[in-house]
Design a protein around this ligand. Sequence first.
Ligand code: URA
Length: 240
Amino acid sequence: MRPAADRDAWLAALGLVRWERRQAAVDGAPAGAAEAVTAPGPAPAVAEPLDPGHLDWPALRACVADCTRCELHRGRTRTVFGVGSETADWLIVGEAPGAEEDRRGEPFVGRAGQLLNAMLAAIGLSRESVFIANVLKCRPPNNRDPSAEEAAACRPYLERQIELLRPRLILAVGRVAAQHLLETTTPLGRLRGQVHRHPRGDVPVVVTYHPAYLLRSPADKARAWEDLLLACRTAAGVAP
Ligand code: URA
């Protein structure tokens, strides 16, 4: 953890300086009301099976860079493999690259990325010390939700990233990442506040809001802070 003054500065950046009042203000909100919930469609049909289980980091990176498994490859500028430490204890999983990420080939580099960096800093983590990836490695047009087919086509890449990294904790940011990782249609509000296990690999998964959502709904930053504390306890082995 960072020194208290440093941490307070980051908490201020997160808008959490008035912790008690904000907490009281959001208590009345119904669980799960915060993010719009759309159940994913029917089970997707993946065109060709892919088993990248033998690939190391450079080979997996090259495989993603050449991927044409779904139509999104036609519109991309670059694939967005992920960024950070390949020996990180924490894996942060978001939804899909946006316009800026597509241009730069790096996840979470826009405004949402700045808030994600602040959230990590508030718990003493730098962007470089974690690994950050997305469910999709290519940008969906107009930032729409990933389709079931796209998510299924991309799934082997994220699963291999999890295998290679063997993180102590996965932090799923937003509904799409959480539902995809946990293979569920349960609303985000009901997935928060507990420690899940990734269906393959038994890695603990903690769910929180997407930073882009928090930019629109700053009152929920207090809840996100609770999620981060749960994630810290889980990574430290003091939560179930
Ligand atoms: N939102 C995401 O989910 N991922 C990114 O990389 C950027 C924005």
